[in-house]
Design a binder for this molecule. Structure first.
Ligand code: NAD
Length: 318
């Protein structure tokens, strides 16, 4: 049997239905795919079904799906059984190398020829995962989503040394088909790309708090009421391009490049010690004193959906 193309995927397996796996199930079902899910935890199926009901309004709004378009969910007893029934497998087990390798070996042994196996791993390099897959390591790669993954469109597609070029291309096309915005990470690297970008910002934020330059709340205000608003629309490099006026990025880099180089050279390199962690947590406690955390998360999700809906109305966004 030949390998399914992205368009031919009708059934996706979701292995592990914790925070991230459940979000994948919600998105796949709303895109009209049937899903075969599995998770050995006590009560996992009931938790998943309850999550699907509570997240349906959001995912159906994002995908524009009606109830009738929703795929069917089947919950099965093992990763092998799920993989055998699927045209695409998304693995979301615990972030421990040996556990992942055992799970991927089981999936690889069961999946039909050519079925792509993607791991949601936040930081494990795909070559370390595909080395455990004796049948066909060429169909294994990383497909890394972002929390809340039923809403955030980004998926980092990271091929390993043995991944075939066709596997990466079909995975990219598949994620686009289910409403995601994938990027291809051309070389495997710890933390992939986006967590490294976040780490670059966190590094300086931690350093500034450590040095007493600003409070935790001030860091959050600086980003969420400042450049973060722009970054949700155009990304940090296009934001710079627009800051250059008619001369664009070229002018901006000539004009503000030299001071920026000085700032980059002066950035901190903090160690995340217990003392620094205590300082950051105390700052967060102070910032969120009296705030309802569940309400905050719900507002975050609602506003994210609004932003994404508004972004779809633009004709000019890249
Ligand atoms: N939470 C995040 O923000 C986030 C974001 C992106 C990617 N990820 C990645 O997604 C993956 C899952 O993370 P999570 O946050 O959903 O963790 P989680 O702890 O919520 O879920 C992991 C699930 O795997 C299940 N599991 C354990 N053994 C299993 C097995 N043999 N077969 C099937 N399922 C099994 C557990 O019961 C649990 O429900 C990890 O690789 C993580 O790095 C997490």
């Amino acid at each position: 049997m030949s390998a399914p193309t992205a368009v031919q995927v009708r059934t996706a397996a979701v292995v592990g239905t914790g925070v991230i796996g459940a979000a994948w199930v919600a998105g796949f079902l709303a895109s009209g795919l049937d899903v075969v899910a599995t998770d050995p935890a006590e009560g996992a199926e009931a938790r998943l079904r309850s999550y699907l009901e509570s997240s349906w309004d959001v995912v159906s709004e994002l995908t524009g799906s009606a109830e009738a378009d929703r795929g069917e969910l089947r919950f099965v007893a093992s990763a092998g059984e799920a993989a055998r029934a699927a045209d695409f497998v998304q693995e979301n087990g615990p972030e421990r190398l040996e556990a992942k390798r055992a799970l991927l070996a089981e999936i690889d042994a069961a999946a039909r020829p050519g079925v792509i196996i993607a791991s949601s791993t936040s930081g494990i390099e795909p070559s370390a995962l595909q080395a455990a897959c004796a049948v066909d390591p060429g169909r294994v790669l990383v497909g890394h989503p972002f929390n809340p993954a039923h809403i955030i469109p980004l998926v980092e597609v990271v091929p390993g040394a043995a991944t075939s070029p066709e596997t990466a291309q079909v995975a990219l096309a598949f994620y686009r088909r289910v409403g995601k915005k994938p990027i291809l990470v051309r070389s495997e690297i710890p933390g992939h790309v986006t967590n490294r970008l976040q780490a670059a910002l966190w590094r300086e934020a931690y350093s500034l708090v450590d040095r007493g330059v600003v409070s935790v709340a001030d860091i959050d205000t600086a980003i969420s009421h400042g450049p973060g608003l722009r970054w949700a629309i155009v990304g940090p490099l296009t934001a710079q391009h627009l800051s250059g006026g008619a001369g664009g990025l070229r002018h901006l880099l000539e004009h503000l490049g030299p001071p920026t180089q000085k700032w980059m050279d002066d950035l901190g390199a903090p160690q995340l010690t217990h003392e620094l962690a205590d300082k950051l947590v105390a700052g967060m406690d102070e910032q969120l004193a009296g705030v309802d955390q569940a309400g905050l998360a719900a507002d975050r999700d609602r506003l994210l959906v609004d932003i994404m809906r508004l972004k779809h109305t633009s004709r000019n966004l890249p």
